[in-house]
Write a protein that binds this ligand. Structure first.
Ligand SMILES: Nc1ncnc2c1ncn2[C@@H]1O[C@H](COP(=O)(O)OP(=O)(O)O[C@H]2O[C@H](CO)[C@@H](O)[C@H](O)[C@H]2O)[C@@H](O)[C@H]1O
Length: 477
């Protein structure tokens, strides 16, 4: 099949979170089984690995009403997959991807309205006859709409079907039409602009051929009032065309036996390298080097989504135990300053690195005993899968993809690979952390058993890709 995979971020080029991981791994899996898959993404000032990008189209014109947008298309190869880079400096030659700090650019609606149309425009100019156009989150949410309204007579695009992956329904792309001249000028149906506001995710859910949530539990949650980010009616209206497909873990990047980013490799049969990684992590985190103290790691965007609202109030209670915490993350300045203050107060036990570093994220994953992910909601979650692969036991809330990948010791003793709590509140979280610490100290054999189970848990991208493929086949022209 010919698949156009459109994403605002792609691992190895530009990344702010898990969307990038998926936008690399899934197309690479499609390529391996013989599909002609091409990625489209913006050419950002900060994009990596684009030094040798080739010019594919120069000075092409896209029209919206009387306005003309002149842009270029470059291309690079990533693991055999062609990536088209939409080069429009006025919108993408900036310091950040979505923001220069924490405040989003106020023309993000316009930037991605243009980008989405450019993805279709370039496919047609390059005569890439798409069977499937795979859209990801709100940034590409206008594509199903554009396809229907603007390209229904086009030989290369008319028969294409669209699949929307919902990686994070909390981000919907809501803009005042006045701030999106591209969309306003190219025309938007009255019913899709309520009181002058457009919601890109709602539009995508309405017009996409099929909708995929990134885990089965999240697919169910999106159809409830509680878990739908106020879009329950929209998702329920499309329930016949909606399903959940769990993300995979990219073991070519996340395997302790072959990871070049950690100081010592290890396997389930020989765990001595993990102890070395722990000592190295403690050293780099300016914490006492002691193999017996349980170490809890965290790698995440610092946002309410990740459960900080009920974690921060009990962080000090956790730190009263014989424990160390190492956390890396960037995000909400208010949460960051609260976390930093607690870390400053407990410097010998809690190291917080306010940064984005792939290398340190691998070291935390390898060197920790536990990985804490108490998310309020979690469409899929990737870090718990990475932690499992490294024998770092996840402590998670039973929500979304966390629920689908981590099995609690008490709930499922034979299959347990971590520790799970249910309610999004401080007390349950604290109890769960205490339970995990108890097993570490008092029941080392059980701890080792769970650790082994964790390292044997497998979430191959190939399996996920085959589920997407079956979906594609059910709708492809
Ligand atoms: N400071 C830092 N330094 C280095 N690396 C960092 C980092 N902060 C985050 N990362 C990396 O970013 C990625 C985060 O992925 P997640 O899936 O856990 O969350 P995210 O909420 O961004 O993704 C959304 O999309 C994905 C993909 O579908 C869903 O799994 C998820 O539930 C949904 O919220 C991981 O690769 C992680 O290692």
């Amino acid at each position: 099949m010919n698949i156009l995979f459109v994403s605002s971020e792609v691992e190895d080029l530009a990344k702010t979170g898990g969307l990038a991981d998926v936008a690399k791994a899934l197309p690479v899996s499609f390529k391996k089984v013989g599909h002609d898959v091409r990625i489209v993404t913006p050419f950002y000032q900060t994009s990596n690995n684009v030094e040798n990008a080739k010019d594919v189209l120069t000075g092409v014109e896209l029209h919206a009403g009387e306005q003309t947008y002149k842009y270029n298309v470059k291309s690079v190869e990533l693991h055999g997959v062609t990536i088209y880079l939409v080069d429009y400096p006025a919108y993408f030659d900036r310091k950040g991807i979505y923001s220069d700090g924490y405040e989003a650019y106020d023309d993000n609606g316009e930037r991605y309205a243009f980008f989405s149309m450019a993805a279709l425009h370039l496919a047609q100019l390059l005569e890439f006859k798409c069977d499937i156009i795979h859209c990801n989150d709100w940034h590409t949410g206008l594509i199903p709409y554009y396809l229907k309204k603007h390209w229904s007579d086009n030989a290369f695009l008319a028969s294409a079907k669209t699949v929307l992956s919902v990686h994070n329904g909390a981000f919907q792309g809501v803009f005042h039409l006045d701030s999106v001249p591209f969309l306003a000028k190219s025309g938007v149906d009255h019913e899709d602009a309520h009181h002058g506001l457009v919601n890109y995710l709602k539009i995508a859910v309405k017009y996409a051929t099929k909708i995929v949530a990134v885990s089965p539990s999240y697919a169910q949650e999106l159809q409830t009032d509680l878990g739908s980010h106020h879009m329950g009616d929209y998702f329920r209206n499309r329930s016949a065309d909606m399903l959940g497909i769990i993300n995979g873990c990219d073991y070519s990047q996340w395997d302790p036996a072959h990871d070049p980013l950690i100081p010592s490799q290890y396997t389930v049969e020989n765990m001595s390298g993990k102890a070395f990684c722990k000592a190295n992590l403690q050293q780099q985190s300016h914490l006492p080097v002691d193999g017996d103290i349980p170490l809890i790691g965290m790698v995440c965007r610092i946002t309410d989504q990740k459960g900080f609202g009920y974690l921060i109030p009990i962080l000090e209670n956790i730190l009263h135990h014989n424990v160390q915490i190492v956390m890396i993350g960037t995000g909400d300045p208010n949460l960051v300053s609260q976390i930093q203050a607690i870390s400053d107060k407990h410097r010998s036990k809690f190291y917080f690195l306010h940064d984005f570093s792939l290398k340190f994220s691998h070291l935390i994953t390898a060197g920790s005993d536990f990985f804490l992910m108490p998310s309020l909601f979690e469409p899929c979650g990737l870090n718990q899968m990475y932690s499992l692969a490294y024998g770092t036991l996840p402590i998670v809330r039973a929500v979304g993809g966390l629920k689908d990948t981590v099995k609690d010791l008490e709930a499922d003793p034979a299959e347990a690979n971590g520790f799970v709590f249910n309610r999004p509140d401080s007390e349950e979280l604290l109890n769960c952390v205490r339970k995990a610490l108890l097993f570490y100290h008092e029941y080392p054999q059980t701890f080792e058993f769970i650790r082994k189970k964790a390292m044997q848990s497998k979430f191959n991208w190939h399996d996920s890709a085959m589920k997407y493929e079956a979906l594609y086949r059910s709708i492809a022209p």
